[in-house]
Design a protein around this ligand. Structure first.
Ligand code: NAD
Length: 481
């Protein structure tokens, strides 16, 4: 069975413990490879390597850093088919989605930040003939980057690329649930000529490896994407150590549909925003709020289209909904469907595990599920489920839908469907979320800030704000007389 390795100080190495964790193929529910069960000793080695490389890397001209990072981006593009296949097996997502979204975006992360750093500038402030201030932006040091399983290489590189472009060195931990593409990234970095120690990847469990990165005194900055509970735990360790912290956390995003929308476009996009990646995208619209005059029509059409979605093995060309990521996650999602029924909800379609015959019968497949009849403030409508499960609710007035949309502890993303431009801007202005998509979903311009409000996180990644995060401003004031 394949054993993956840590990437420390430019080499692929075994964990010190020599212990390994099972890695499951969710489409078959079977172990197919082994991941290092690393601990704080491996993290210490990685931090030592990253610290030793920092002076050299932060003093490497940015043009040269950019060249190496772009080489990594191009190598990801050259290996698109292989990476997509591995990500699909590791995660359970349809292969076409990995090919279309995940891997191209991982390459784009490197290409965008490699070229972006060349245009990143700091300010000067003149005090007429008294003094001149200039601001230096200096890389913070060793960055700790921790990422989740839902968009494995996409989110891993979304942190690593701007950190490296800024001149930081990195100790990174991918999710133990989907480690494979991060392992291939280590090989790509070696081929691209990334100097040793600049990027270190330590595989293993969150409470062991993640915790050791967060609490290491030589890691002054943490960029984390994952669940809100884990984020709170990380903040409780990092805050008293005064670390720079970016937390990209959970969501319970509203998809607001007004009667005056472009109905066909809305319906087609709502299928994606509900069930793409088995609903395991932090930006999926899991609460669908529909103006009452079109509610019944929407319900009929949405249920009919959802029933047509092919649930199946991720590598099949016609699969629209693959396997969810793990057995425990599948059970969590099913427990929410049960909760929804206890809370008075009616399952309009789906709601069950789907068994696929043959080799895939142990796989973690769920039927895409639509639930109606729940109040906006029940647990099903307030807590993140993170699976192919959405609720639909009617509304009558704009103020009412805004109240419902803003009622959760989360504030990551939202979608608004209307042809009335004034209403669109008015509603966007009132929604408590880091992103509002109007008449679209998941359209991302990498120059724009990304992140959530409330329990969806603190800090912003994306665009040049990522460079602000991975660098520290230092003002130098020179008196002229
Ligand atoms: P998770 O919080 O369980 O794990 C995320 C990462 O943190 C993993 O690498 C894990 O090993 C690590 N970790 C776990 N415990 C840790 C600890 N004590 N100390 C340090 N690290 C630890 O999240 P998940 O289940 O992998 O991902 C799903 C969650 O991520 C969902 O809530 C989803 O909304 C969220 N998410 C948010 C965004 C965003 O941009 N806001 C993007 C994707 C996913």
């Amino acid at each position: 069975m394949d054993k993956i390795k840590n990437y420390i100080n430019g080499e692929l190495v075994e964990p010190i413990s020599k212990a390994y964790i099972d890695n499951y193929d969710p489409s078959r529910g079977k172990v197919y490879s082994l991941i290092p069960d690393s601990d704080e000793r491996d993290v210490e080695l990685a931090v030592t390597a990253a610290k030793a490389a920092f002076k050299m890397w932060s003093n490497t001209p940015k043009e040269q850093r950019a060249r190496i990072l772009q080489r990594i981006g191009y190598l990801i593009e050259d290996n698109l088919d292989k990476l997509a296949l591995i990500e699909s097996v590791d995660n359970g997502k349809p292969l076409h989605l990995a090919k279309l979204v995940d891997i191209p975006r991982a390459a784009a992360n490197f290409n965008f930040y490699a070229t972006g750093i060349l245009h990143y500038a700091a300010n000067t402030h003149s005090m007429e003939d008294t003094a001149i201030n200039y601001t230096l932006r200096q890389p913070v040091g060793v960055a700790g980057c921790i990422s989740p399983w839902n968009l494995p290489l996409y989110l891993f590189t979304w942190k690593i690329a701007p950190a490296l472009a800024s001149g930081c060195t990195v100790v990174a931990k991918p999710s133990e649930v989907t480690p494979m593409t991060a392992y291939l990234l280590s090989e790509i970095c070696m081929t691209a000529g990334l100097p040793k120690g600049v990027l270190n990847i330590v595989h293993g469990l969150g409470p062991k490896v993640g915790n050791a990165i967060v609490s290491n005194k030589d890691v002054p900055l943490i960029s984390f994407t994952g669940g809100t509970k884990t984020g709170a735990h990380i903040a409780s360790i990092a805050a008293p150590m005064f670390k720079k912290l970016s937390l990209e956390l959970g969501g319970k995003n509203p998809n607001i549909i007004f009667a005056d929308c472009d109905y066909e476009k809305m319906l087609a996009t709502t299928m994606h925003s509900s069930f793409s990646n088995q609903g395991q995208i932090c930006l999926c619209g899991s609460r669908i709020l529909v103006e009452r005059s079109i509610y019944e029509k929407f319900k009929t059409d949405f249920v009919a289209r959802t029933k047509q979605l092919t649930v199946g093995p991720p590598l099949n060309a016609d699969t629209k909904v693959g396997a969810v990521v793990s057995k425990s996650h599948m059970e969590k999602i099913l427990s929410y469907v049960e909760l929804a029924q206890q809370e008075g909800g009616k399952v309009l379609c789906g709601g069950k595990r789907k068994i696929i015959d043959g080799d895939f019968k142990e796989g973690y497949y769920l039927e895409p599920t639509i639930i109606e009849g729940l109040p906006y403030n029940c647990r099903t409508n307030q807590e993140e489920i993170f699976g192919p499960v959405v609720t639909i609710m009617p509304f009558d007035k704009e103020e009412e839908v805004l109240m419902m949309a803003n009622s959760t502890m989360y504030g990551l993303a939202s979608t608004v469907w209307t042809q009335d431009i004034t209403k669109a801007h008015r509603v966007a202005n009132e929604i408590h979320a880091g992103i509002v998509w109007i008449n679209c979903w998941l359209l991302r311009d990498l120059r724009t800030p990304f992140g959530g409000v409330k329990s969806s996180g603190v800090g912003r990644e994306g665009g040049f704000e990522a460079f602000d995060f991975f660098t520290e401003p230092k003002n130098v004031c020179i008196k002229l007389k």
